[in-house]
Ligand binder design. Structure first.
Ligand SMILES: [Zn+2]
Length: 297
């Protein structure tokens, strides 16, 4: 019992590490050869070691604590599905809930910026926290699902490399994510997709393999394919949300400002916005969408 429990907790703790390494690998694969070092630098400046360790410890402790729930085999099907849902919600909910709290407590890495908060309050009519990531990160993010934890993160280089108008446009885009609750919906979509996948896998695919005596390789391949599919579905929604945030920004700062800001961002990241990715439309698609959204106005 104890052995299995420990193994389970270790496996669940290692999953985020594998995901992290996989995303680093994807980052490197998508970047052009000569930009390897630049890509690693960007990855490192966005990576928060303290948050990652804290996250891993909590996953380990919770997995270890709640493993007996999963172990109990004499439960009926409804119970086992409920337990599965609990684990999935806990996995996908923990990160988005924990990250903003870590940011708020780490004021040396994430510097408060009252001026920017005031600009958003006055010009965009919304109260949100702004933190400057004290690193070389050429990017901006919106984070936080709970009301008190809504934060817009801005990489330090953007303050110097962008003009005031461009910076406002980038902030307006991130505000779009915040105001339209994109993070919450993404988390929800992720949870629903994972629950459906686990139910399909446990109740349709595993029994099939049991019947046909195919080995773990086939189980692994099927599971892998399901994960790829789930990534594609999630990516579809993420790309929609990017367009949505661009449109939101265009309404606040004007379509030319947001277009200029995107082009500049592409320039200072060495063409990163032009590269095809699962989570973001390409620069061309974004510019076209903004243009089309306002063509009949
Ligand atoms: Zn965005």
């Amino acid at each position: 019992m104890i052995d299995k429990r420990l193994t389970f907790a270790l496996v669940t703790t290692v999953i985020p590490i594998i995901t992290l390494l996989a995303s680093l690998a994807a980052e490197l694969l998508f970047s052009k050869n000569q930009k390897f070092i630049e890509s690693i630098k960007q990855f490192k400046s966005g990576f928060d070691f303290v948050y990652f360790i804290l996250f891993s410890i909590i996953v380990f402790v919770l997995s270890y604590t709640f493993y007996p729930l999963l172990e109990n085999q004499d439960k009926n099907q409804t119970d086992s599905i409920l337990i599965l849902i609990f684990f999935i919600v806990f996995f996908y909910g923990l990160g988005p809930l924990l990250y903003p709290i870590v940011i708020l407590f780490r004021s040396s890495r994430y510097e408060e910026n009252k001026d920017m908060e005031k600009i958003i309050q006055v010009e965009m009519n919304y109260a949100v926290k702004v933190r400057i990531v004290n690193r070389e990160l050429i990017n901006a993010f919106a984070t936080g699902i709970l009301p008190f934890s809504k934060i817009i993160l801005i990489g330090m280089p953007l303050l110097t490399d962008l003009t005031n108008d461009e910076l406002k446009a980038v902030i307006a885009h991130e505000l779009g994510h915040t105001k339209k609750h994109h993070l919450f919906y993404l988390m929800l979509i992720m949870i629903v997709i994972q629950i459906i996948i686990m139910i399909i896998y446990n109740h349709m695919i595993l029994p099939f393999f049991l019947l046909h005596k195919l080995g773990w390789v086939f189980k692994g391949i099927t599971f892998g394919l399901l994960l790829v599919l789930s990534n594609e579905i999630l990516g579809f929604f993420q790309r929609k949300m990017e367009h949505d945030a661009d449109k939101f920004a265009a309404k606040i700062v004007g379509k030319n400002s947001i277009k200029k800001a995107l082009e500049k961002l592409n320039e200072i990241t060495g063409g990163k916005l032009q590269v095809k990715s699962i989570s973001h439309p390409t620069l061309e698609q974004r510019l076209l969408f903004i243009e089309e959204s306002f063509s009949n106005e």
